[in-house]
Structures are given as structure tokens and as C-alpha cells.
Ligand binder design. Structure first.
Ligand SMILES: *Cc1c(COP(=O)(O)O)cnc(C)c1O
Ligand SMILES: [Zn+2]
Length: 380
């Protein structure tokens, strides 16, 4: 990695120091790499013999010294063809440490934090990111504090405690959890691991895009349908595709990126429909069973909307009832017990076919971001 560049004003920041957002404008910082140098050392052939985790792409990840890597073998998860839908692949992060893809962001963020000698980390979360941070902090021997909505999934609260994190429950949503954390920082400052206000979770989530590319035989599908909350995954995959283009590995068109949200909390769907470049209002009365999608005002909305625009993608809402039906359908027909967020992509897929936004001959990757086992209280 060469530098950290502001995604909004391009101001450069020194990656050898501890950074959160841009000191000039408050924008998200993106890790930039010496792609020309990486071209010399990384080949497609070399990849095949490597560790079967996301650390197989270590040249494109921010950690300098391998000694600092905090890993549980996360990533390189299966990509499976669905039995009932010929042109659809499911990338399945139900099978990953902590049971959700939040492990991807936390392995890189905690590893980099270790390299920067950070010893205490705090995060506001809807549940899964907090649990994953607590997990990797435990493995790294760091102190962790997690701020969750009181009604976060039971599993995520229990995980935080099991991993030895301090758990703070807050009434409301992730936005209220974040406000409480910032208020507490006035008394005692911990390192802020909030998504996209910390530069390296994005790098871990980027590997979703690298894996789809490698596992499909060094090519990409026509569209990717992704359950979007804070948007780190969407932005991360797009960043991966741009780096693959720079490396000269990706020469075809990039996929259309389609965000799925729940109709109970759909700020991105609304912003796309309104032709907005940014989300300035908090989505009213945000509610959904898909906890990871209950983000009423994503911090990096400009970046999310840019990816959707540039990729000629879109955004679609599905109801919680449709999500639950899709959870059961995926489990009973495909043997995949997906998290509601992941199952939402299946519900969305059928709607997109109906509305003509996707054709049945287009190759589509649905992203399952987690395991249904983390949401047992939803199923009766
Ligand atoms: C956090 C989360 C999401 C949303 O991810 P973003 O990349 O922040 O948009 C989707 N699914 C699950 C299971 C999550 O925990
Ligand atoms: Zn800036």
C-alpha cells in the first residue's frame, strides 16, 4: 500500500499513522496500492497455490508485516450454482467465522490496527459487525467495546459477551448506538471502527469482488445483487473491480451492481428513485427483520450511489414477508440456510425478472452475507 487517499477531495494521508476520515473534508479514506509493482510479483498462476482465505490477495491488502495478520481462515467461501435457477450463482458467506461476512472487514481492520499498535477498539453496529470485531479483537488481545441496538439479534449480543467485549445496549438503531459511542468518547477515546470511518474494513470486504472474479474463472457476471446497509460491501467490490482493471486482469465490462433493501428501511432505494447523489435525511421509522439492513442514513451514501450509477445498476426494496419466504425457499429448495439479508437477494431477483430489470438469460451472482443460524428467533 502506498497511501490513503480521500474518496471525496483526494487529500493524501500517511498510512503509517492512525487514520479515521479525511482531515480536510471528513470523507472516507481509500487505500491506494502500487499496482504497477504488484503486476510484477502477482500472477494468476501464483494465486492457485495460496492459502484458501482472503489473505491469498495479501498484495492488495493493507498489512505490511505478515506477523500482524489476525486470521481465523476467513474467506474464499463457496460460490454455488442454484438448482432451481439456471443462470444464478450464490456466493455463500454463511460459512465463515462469526457466521457473517463482517469477518472479512474485521480481519483486515484488526490486523492493521495491530500493526499500528492500537490496543482498544470501539464500534457501533446493528449486530454482526460488532460480534465480528469482538471476535478478532479477542484473537488479537485487544480491548473491545460494542454499541448495539437493544433489539439486535440475540446471537450477536451473546457473541460479544463470549468474546469478552464490553457490550453497551442502546435504544433505537445503529445511528443511536453511534451517537452514544461518540458521546462516550468525550470521556475516554477508543479507536473508532465505524464502517467507512475506518479505512481498512473496506479492504477486507473488497475481497468479495476478488473472490467472485477468481472463482468464476477470472471473469465476472452480468449483475451482482447485494443486500445493502452501510454499503461497505458494494463500494468494496467496485474498488476490487477497478483494481483488477488496473492490474490488467479484468478487461470485460464490470457487472451491474444492484442494491437490495427492506421496504421498512430503504434510504438507498428512495435516493435512487429520486435521482439523488447523496442521502441527507434519515429514513423515517426504520424497521426490518434483516438487522444488517437497518441503516437509516448510510455515512458513505455518495459512494454507494456513485457505484450504482456508474455500474448502470439499481436498487430495489423487498418486504420482510418476502424475505422470510425467501429464507424458507432457499433452505428447502437449495439446502442453503441464509441470513434474511442474504435471502433478500433471492426475493429481489424474482422481482427484478418481473419488472424486466434483469433478463433470465443474464448471469447473476446473489450474495448471501450470513448464516440463518444467527437469526433463530425470527423463525417459528
Ligand atoms: C452488515 C450486513 C449487511 C450490509 O452490509 P454493508 O456492506 O454494510 O452494506 C448485509 N448482510 C448482513 C448479514 C450484514 O451483517
Ligand atoms: Zn477529503
Amino acid at each position: 500500500m502506498l497511501s490513503l487517499e480521500c474518496s471525496r477531495c483526494n487529500e493524501e494521508h500517511d498510512p503509517a499513522k492512525v487514520n479515521n476520515v479525511c482531515v480536510k473534508c471528513g470523507g472516507t479514506l481509500f487505500a491506494r496500492y502500487d499496482i504497477e509493482g504488484i503486476k510484477e510479483i502477482l500472477t494468476k498462476e501464483k494465486l492457485s497455490g495460496r492459502v484458501k482465505s482472503l489473505w491469498r490477495y495479501k498484495e492488495l491488502l493493507p498489512v505490511r508485516d505478515d506477523e500482524n495478520i489476525v486470521t481465523l481462515g476467513e474467506g474464499f467461501t463457496p460460490i454455488l450454482r442454484l438448482k432451481r435457477e439456471k443462470k444464478v450463482l450464490m456466493k455463500d458467506d454463511g460459512i465463515i467465522p462469526t457466521g457473517t461476512f463482517k469477518a472479512r472487514g474485521q480481519t483486515t481492520a484488526i490486523s492493521k490496527a495491530k500493526e499500528l499498535r492500537i490496543t482498544s477498539v470501539a464500534i457501533p453496529s446493528a449486530g454482526n459487525a460488532g460480534a465480528a470485531m469482538a471476535c478478532y479483537a479477542a484473537r488479537a488481545g485487544m480491548k473491545a467495546r460494542v454499541y448495539l441496538p437493544g433489539d439486535a439479534p440475540e446471537a450477536t449480543k451473546k457473541e460479544c459477551e463470549a468474546y469478552g467485549a464490553e457490550l453497551v445496549l442502546v435504544e433505537g438503531t445503529i445511528a443511536d448506538a453511534a451517537a452514544k459511542m461518540r458521546a462516550d468518547f468525550a470521556k475516554e477515546k477508543w479507536f473508532d471502527m465505524s464502517t467507512l470511518r475506518e479505512p481498512y474494513r473496506l479492504e477486507g470486504k473488497k475481497t468479495m469482488g476478488l473472490e467472485i472474479f477468481e472463482q468464476m474463472g477470472f471473469r465476472l457476471p452480468d449483475a451482482i445483487v447485494y443486500p445493502t446497509g452501510g454499503g461497505t460491501g458494494l463500494i468494496g467490490m467496485w474498488k476490487a473491480f477497478e483494481e483488477l482493471e488496473e492490474l490488467g486482469w479484468l478487461t470485460q465490462a464490470k457487472p451491474r451492481m444492484i442494491s437490495v433493501q427492506s421496504s421498512g428501511c430503504a434510504p438507498i432505494v428512495k435516493a435512487v428513485a429520486d435521482g439523488k447523489n447523496e442521502i441527507t435525511e434519515t429514513y423515517p421509522e426504520p424497521h426490518t427483520i434483516a438487522a444488517g439492513l437497518r441503516v437509516p442514513k448510510p455515512f458513505a451514501s455518495e459512494q454507494i450511489l456513485k457505484v450504482i450509477r456508474e455500474s448502470k445498476g439499481g436498487a430495489i426494496a423487498v418486504t420482510d414477508e418476502e424475505i422470510l419466504r425467501a429464507v424458507k425457499k432457499l433452505a428447502s429448495e437449495e439446502g442453503m440456510f441464509a441470513a434474511p439479508e442474504g435471502a433478500a437477494t433471492m426475493a429481489a431477483y424474482h422481482k427484478l425478472l418481473e419488472t424486466g430489470n434483469l433478463r433470465s438469460d443474464e448471469e447473476v451472482v446473489l450474495y448471501n452475507t450470513g448464516s440463518g443460524l444467527k437469526y433463530l428467533e425470527l423463525l417459528s
